[in-house]
Ligand binder design. Structure first.
Ligand code: SF4
Ligand code: SF4
Length: 161
């Protein structure tokens, strides 16, 4: 074997070892394109291990989507359920992340109901619904700033919005 063959073999073995290490890892990593995330929280609901969680931010008016590498089994359920298709899952082992704090994947303002003041959706989700309605030429008015419970009450009382 000449020098060139030897270097090539080592490089190939190195790549193969890295790939095998990743494939054999029991853990996964989730990455997110925060520009497309609406903060709906479906991924956290679907995550059976608790690796993803939607929690309040530093105050009651924000929410955060957190990720904990040591709990992620790379099952892919979160990516499968995400309506915006903005999650990616890879099988990997990141020793530094195992020791570190939970990773903040997404953070947003919480919208409070214009009627009762209860928190009910992220700002990104309300804005996304408004944008979808605008494409159809319809206006949501104040409807999207009201929680489902108050909307039902308004319908029952016969009020027209
Ligand atoms: S890949 Fe599975 S375990 Fe990991 S965050 Fe997504 S749903 Fe949870
Ligand atoms: S990543 Fe997807 S499922 Fe999770 S909160 Fe964002 S939009 Fe919802």
């Amino acid at each position: 074997m000449n020098d060139s063959d030897s270097i090539q073999t080592k490089r190939t073995e190195g790549v193969t070892r890295r790939e095998l290490f990743k494939m054999a890892s029991p853990l996964g990593r989730v990455t997110l394109d925060a520009r497309d995330c609406t903060g709906c929280g479906l991924c956290a609901v679907e995550c059976a291990t608790g690796a993803l969680s939607m929690v309040p931010g530093d105050n009651d008016d924000t929410c955060r989507l957190l990720f904990r590498h040591c709990l992620c089994t790379a099952c892919g359920a979160c990516a499968g359920v995400c309506p915006e298709k903005c999650l990616r899952v890879e099988r990997t082992l990141d020793i530094e992340s195992l020791k570190g704090p939970d990773e903040v994947l997404f953070e947003d303002e919480i919208v409070r109901c214009a009627e009762c003041g209860a928190p009910f959706a992220s700002r990104a989700m309300v804005d996304a619904m408004k944008a979808k309605l605008a494409i159809t030429g319809k206006s949501a008015g104040t409807c999207l700033e009201i929680c489902p419970g108050c909307k039902a009450g308004i319908r029952l009382s016969g009020a027209v919005r």
